[in-house]
Design a protein around this ligand. Structure first.
Ligand SMILES: NC(=O)c1ccc[n+]([C@@H]2O[C@H](COP(=O)([O-])OP(=O)(O)OC[C@H]3O[C@@H](n4cnc5c(N)ncnc54)[C@H](OP(=O)(O)O)[C@@H]3O)[C@@H](O)[C@H]2O)c1
Length: 283
């Protein structure tokens, strides 16, 4: 029996990257997962589609369904939870993982760019939480995990790597700082109803399409990259145990609580999130 057997989960931004890894790990533990991204099929030259992601989980024996929704559009996302619950029933878990990250110096980031990032990174997670909370409250159980970023804080000087990386994610980082703050307040409001809300960020760089602009930094300093399995395992921990109002980092959380990292299909124990040798096994 997987630890999420009988549970249902909605994961946004699950067509690729960290969201897909979380969906795969949850499905391997028995959850029925609804994967959301802005569209079903391919767009641009990005690898991986929502359809491919669902097919991969189903072909591995998991239960998965797709729900396309442009989360930057308040009208389109207004009934996302209702639509998601038509697949496998009431949601026990929501992972707000989708994000818009526009690389631009803080002095140049336009209102249009800022609005897009605030819509996808802050307003969508809050709207989705507000849609799912009444059901979770009535069942007196639920988990909401919002995916954040270390860029919520300004890098310390002297900057460890490129000054560009310290500044061009300022507006994006501001949306994640707001998400951390909102999540903590909401977590404490609903904790007495049995609902666990937390945020989780990668400790370093996960080499996804969304992290392309820092790929060169990770290439030059491999210790600044982390395998996607670490985020998936940390997300599983936060969506199956009773943490409340935490702003967590993947490696720190796993190491502090002695959680071993497993492969996305759950079959293999890859190691401790702390030991460099184990990290190499995961890369
Ligand atoms: N990678 C890192 O090192 C890193 C570091 C810090 C924080 N994070 C956070 O981790 C999360 C995942 O990052 P990632 O690197 O895996 O990202 P990614 O590879 O760029 O994937 C982003 C996902 O979000 C979806 N998405 C984007 N805009 C959307 C919209 N308007 N509506 C619906 N879905 C939308 C994309 O789907 P489609 O484009 O297919 O619609 C895709 O599935 C994000 O919250 C990010 O801020 C990542």
């Amino acid at each position: 029996m997987g630890i999420l057997e009988g549970k249902t989960a909605l994961i946004t931004g699950a067509s690729r990257g960290i969201g897909l890894a979380i969906a795969q790990r949850f499905a391997a533990e028995g959850a029925a997962v609804v994967l959301c991204a802005s569209r079903l099929g391919s767009h641009g030259d990005l690898k991986g589609t929502l359809e491919d992601a669902v097919a991969a989980i189903v072909s591995g024996g998991g239960r998965a369904a797709a729900e396309a929704c442009d989360l930057s559009d308040a009208v389109a996302r207004a009934d996302l939870v209702e639509r998601a619950q038509k697949h496998f029933g009431p949601l026990d878990i929501v992972v707000n993982n989708a994000a818009a990250s526009i690389v631009s110096l803080p002095s140049e980031t336009s209102l249009k760019q800022r609005n897009l990032m605030y819509e996808v990174n802050l307003n969508a997670p809050v709207d989705i939480a507000q849609q799912v909370l009444p059901g979770m409250r009535s069942r007196r159980q639920g988990w909401i995990l919002n995916i954040s970023s270390a860029s919520a804080r300004q890098s310390v000087v002297p900057y460890r790597d490129s000054q560009i990386a310290a500044h061009v994610i300022c507006a994006y980082g501001a949306t994640k700082a707001a998400l951390d703050r909102y999540s903590q307040g909401l977590a404490h409001e609903v904790a007495a109803d049995g609902i666990c809300i937390n945020t989780l960020a990668p400790e370093s760089i996960v080499l996804t399409a969304g992290a392309n602009y820092v790929r060169e930094i990770a290439r030059r300093s491999p210790d600044m990259a982390e395998p996607v399995e670490m985020m998936a395992e940390a997300a599983l921990t936060l969506c199956s145990e009773r943490f409340i109002g935490q702003v967590c980092f993947s490696r720190q959380l796993l190491h502090t609580h002695g959680v071993k990292v497993r492969s996305l299909d759950g079959a293999v124990e890859l190691g401790d999130a702390f030991l460099p040798a184990d990290l190499e096994n995961m890369a």
